[in-house]
Write a protein that binds this ligand. Structure first.
Ligand SMILES: NC(=O)c1ccc[n+]([C@@H]2O[C@H](COP(=O)([O-])OP(=O)(O)OC[C@H]3O[C@@H](n4cnc5c(N)ncnc54)[C@H](OP(=O)(O)O)[C@@H]3O)[C@@H](O)[C@H]2O)c1
Length: 224
């Protein structure tokens, strides 16, 4: 499958908007989904202000989901379940849905909202549980700092740890490799998202200590 178009649910926010810019620059047609169609269209306009030739549009989350085979979701964890419930019946039967949600709350200083012994799942597994069984749910893009993603003249550093069924991995690989300098790393099944997602909480703390906003992750020792 060659990924020619992608919908980004939550693409009006910092993380999704940065990805929209990066993919639009790579020539991929991007649809920015929003709870309000007008907000999606305004965000698409902002992409065009940066990249005049971008193939970009804005839609409601439901319309964006219904009209794409590849969907990326970048929304706050607090609203994630509501968003999936609102799009579930619109998602195409064979769609690949890539969840980038991180279960942290900035309101509590970036600490994980998961508590050992209470909930040890992941946002990606929650997404999967809310989507039809025919849909392939993947987890990816958790450790990319939005500030760095949005600065499209600067190559991104780091790896994208990708979790989920084998069927979805070539698609996520294409999206990762469409972004200059990023590397796809196969992190295993969707279960592994419970290990990958908390890395972002770790990075938030590292950012704070090093007074930066772009700490990321690089796995060493892998063959080329
Ligand atoms: N920011 C980062 O550096 C970073 C890095 C790695 C991972 N992440 C993760 O990526 C996800 C998105 O991050 P972000 O910083 O882009 O988030 P954000 O800007 O707060 O939100 C993204 C979009 O989600 C929608 N949204 C906001 N609150 C919502 C709610 N309560 N319920 C449903 N939808 C809501 C909004 O779109 P509409 O109003 O247009 O619907 C918003 O523009 C989060 O899970 C975050 O943890 C972020």
């Amino acid at each position: 499958m060659t990924v020619d178009r992608v919908a980004i649910i939550g693409g009006t926010g910092e993380e999704g908007f940065g990805l929209a810019l990066r993919w639009a620059r790579a020539g991929i047609a991007v649809t920015i989904g929003s709870r309000e169609t007008e907000r999606g269209k305004q965000a698409a306009g902002r992409v065009r202000e940066v990249l005049a030739d971008a193939r970009v549009d804005g839609m409601s989350n439901q319309d964006a989901a219904a009209s794409h085979d590849v969907i990326v979701v970048t929304v706050p964890f607090g609203g994630q379940a509501t968003i999936y419930k609102s799009i579930a019946e619109h998602v195409r039967e064979e769609a690949i849905v890539i969840d980038g949600t991180v279960p942290v709350s900035t309101a509590v200083g970036g600490r994980p909202t998961t508590v050992l012994g209470v909930w040890q799942g992941s946002a990606a597994q929650q997404a999967n549980s809310l989507l039809p069984k025919s849909v392939t749910t993947m987890g990816a893009f958790h450790t990319l700092a939005a500030k760095a993603v949005g600065e499209i003249e600067t190559p991104l550093e780091g790896d994208v740890l990708v979790c989920g069924p084998k069927k979805g991995k070539p698609v996520v690989r294409e999206l990762v490799e469409a972004i200059e300098s990023l590397r796809f790393v196969d992190a295993g099944s969707l279960d592994q998202a419970r290990l990958v997602e908390p890395l972002t909480a770790l990075l938030i703390g590292i950012n704070r200590r090093y007074k930066t906003d772009r700490a990321g992750v690089r796995i060493t020792g892998l063959p080329d």
